[in-house]
Design a protein. Structure first.
Length: 329
């Protein structure tokens, strides 16, 4: 299959390059679920809940990937490299390309970004792919002029939970249109969020991760008695709440009595541990990363007991330099 890479530059100039494949060795993390293959070859294979949440941009230095996939119930759609469904919004404009999903809207719909360029698989027309500058300066990918998004409740690869939302949000077709319904078969079953304890190099004691091993954090400016989140607005561009729209499953190593939820301003249910609201960090793009630990001296990987993880004395800046190895989201 022919694959092309576009590298975006200022002024909208896009240059071609070739796609190369690489494999990454995993960091030391407690056993996690096996990675699902990309949706193009196995479109209904699922990943664990929360894996994709907040994955607007690909791993550092890696281009964003767009490919065509088939999912049950819809005509061909566009997905990312891992098979996550991509959407368009009727309230946006494609001529000229304009995004109208900002601020609170982005708590539910995350822009598909391409800070390192974009690779387009065969079957997608390269000339249809472009970018639009968002109010925060980020470059959001467009297809036939339509800005593209992920849906925060697509917790398994191949899910299309956002399709038809408000009669305005649709999985996007390879031509930039709305994907069409092809059958009445249900989408993939939704799964509960999973919390587990895991050991990660550079920190002690064990910290809390999701089913795939993604690091979970707490914020000192929140409250735990009573539980209250103060991370709203622009804060959510960096820190994504750990949600549990389909319940939560607590594994050994975490006291289930410490786990609860709070209702966020947008009505979503955010998980708490010992009262502390839980978050993901948007730069943790590989399993086992702890890039958010110590940020501003107020964000910390959370321990199984709800406390702040501590850096091991033998680590050398591990909290922000854990860039090697591991599966990407």
């Amino acid at each position: 299959m022919r694959t092309s890479r576009f590298l975006a530059a200022l002024g909208g100039v896009i240059a071609a390059a070739s796609l190369s494949a690489c494999s990454l060795s995993a960091p030391r993390v407690e056993p996690v679920a096996q990675e699902a293959p990309a949706a193009e070859s196995t479109p209904e294979a699922t990943a664990e809940p929360g894996e994709a949440a907040g994955a607007e941009a690909p791993a550092t230095g890696s281009p964003q990937v767009l490919r065509i996939a088939q999912v049950t119930g819809l005509s061909s759609i566009v997905v990312n490299a891992k098979g996550r469904t991509i959407y368009r919004f009727d309230d946006d404009s494609n001529d000229p390309p304009t995004t109208n999903c900002v601020e609170k809207c982005n708590e539910t719909w995350q822009p598909v970004l391409a800070p390192n360029g974009v690779e387009v698989d065969a079957g997608l027309e390269e000339d249809l792919v472009g970018t639009v500058e968002r109010p925060d300066g980020a470059e959001q990918l467009t297809l036939n002029g339509w800005p593209m998004y992920y849906f925060h409740e697509d917790l398994s690869l191949g899910q299309i939970a956002g399709h038809g939302t408000g009669d305005k949000w649709w999985a996007i077709s390879p031509a930039g249109g709305r994907a069409e319904k092809t059958s009445d078969e249900p989408a993939a079953a939704k799964k509960p969020q999973v919390l587990r304890a895991a050991g990660v190099d550079g920190l002690s004691p064990d910290i809390v991760v999701n089913a795939k091993g993604r690091t979970i954090y707490r914020f000192d400016k929140d409250d735990n008695n009573p539980p209250r989140t103060t991370c709203v607005g622009k804060c959510l561009e960096t820190w994504q709440p750990v949600l549990a729209p389909n319940g939560v499953e607590v594994e050994d190593g975490i006291d289930e009595d410490l786990v609860g939820t709070i209702t966020r301003p947008d009505g979503s249910k955010q998980l708490t541990l010992k009262g502390w609201p839980l978050y993901y960090f948007h730069k943790d793009l590989r399993l086992g990363q702890i890039a958010g630990h110590g940020t501003g001296d107020v964000w910390f990987a959370i321990t199984a007991g709800g406390g702040k993880a501590k850096e091991k004395s033998t680590s050398s800046g591990g909290s922000n330099n854990n860039d090697g190895g591991g599966d990407s989201y």
